[in-house]
Ligand binder design. Structure first.
Ligand SMILES: Cc1cc2nc3c(=O)[nH]c(=O)nc-3n(C[C@H](O)[C@H](O)[C@H](O)COP(=O)(O)OP(=O)(O)OC[C@H]3O[C@@H](n4cnc5c(N)ncnc54)[C@H](O)[C@@H]3O)c2cc1C
Length: 190
């Protein structure tokens, strides 16, 4: 883990209040579940770094390294608002990578990943590592659920449940409706 100054490659709003932040990254190697601590402003306000998970490793830098990392974040308060205003070409102070990552489920085992909202962030690199996995993703709304579309390019089954659909699922509390991208759905007790 080290502190470094990284160049911002892009910082794009992809969905209302949700941004993809690309950072130039050379080393050390990143693994699924790692997160970074970002100093969003110079000076003492805001004082604390903001933690954000690594969503994707960009390109291949050889020796298991990469050329950049992509973070995915939602603007919830002052720190993430300041971050959302940063432009490509600016630099940002980052500490990381931090976090223990995920245990290896073992050869031939299939993983079921369960994530809600921004909890989806560490799952992308995990799904890349674990073929034939399943992602159960809970989102606030059908609009937010499109975040899971990224996983369609991976060998990963996706089931999505949204709070707005669940509210209309015939009032059956304790049940949620998991919709597959094919439009088929199943109901499971949670
Ligand atoms: C290990 C780790 C990894 C994380 N990874 C990601 C990530 O990949 N993407 C991402 O978007 N977020 C992630 N978060 C959450 C992110 O760090 C916070 O949303 C961020 O620090 C908020 O900073 P802020 O200054 O914008 O909000 P603050 O000013 O600190 O908070 C403003 C208001 O928002 C509320 N708030 C704070 N955080 C959240 C939240 N997560 N959800 C809802 N309300 C909140 C606070 O209670 C407060 O009322 C992660 C958190 C941790 C601990």
């Amino acid at each position: 883990m080290e502190s470094m100054t990284l160049k911002i490659l892009y910082n794009k709003e992809v969905l209302s209040g949700h941004f993809r932040l690309g950072l130039e990254w050379k080393a050390p190697a990143i693994s699924a579940g790692n997160f970074l601590m970002l100093r969003v402003a110079e000076g003492l306000d805001p004082l604390l770094r903001r933690p954000l998970g690594v969503y994707k490793a960009l390109g291949s830098g050889g020796m298991g390294g990469c050329l950049g990392v992509e973070l995915l974040y939602r603007v919830v308060g002052r720190g993430t608002k300041i971050l959302s205003l940063k432009e490509p070409g600016e630099h940002i102070d980052v500490l990381g990578p931090l976090g223990n990552g995920f245990p290896d489920p073992g050869r031939g085992k299939k993983a079921v990943m369960v994530a809600g909202g921004m909890g989806i962030v560490p799952m992308y690199m995990l799904a890349e590592r674990l073929p034939s996995s399943t992602l159960l993703f809970g989102a606030r709304s059908s609009q937010e659920a499109v975040i899971a579309d990224d996983f369609k390019g991976l060998d990963c089954k996706i089931k999505v449940s949204t709070e707005d659909e669940r509210a209309t699922a015939r009032g059956r509390t304790g049940f949620t409706k998991w919709s597959a991208p094919t439009g088929r759905s199943s109901t499971a007790r949670i």
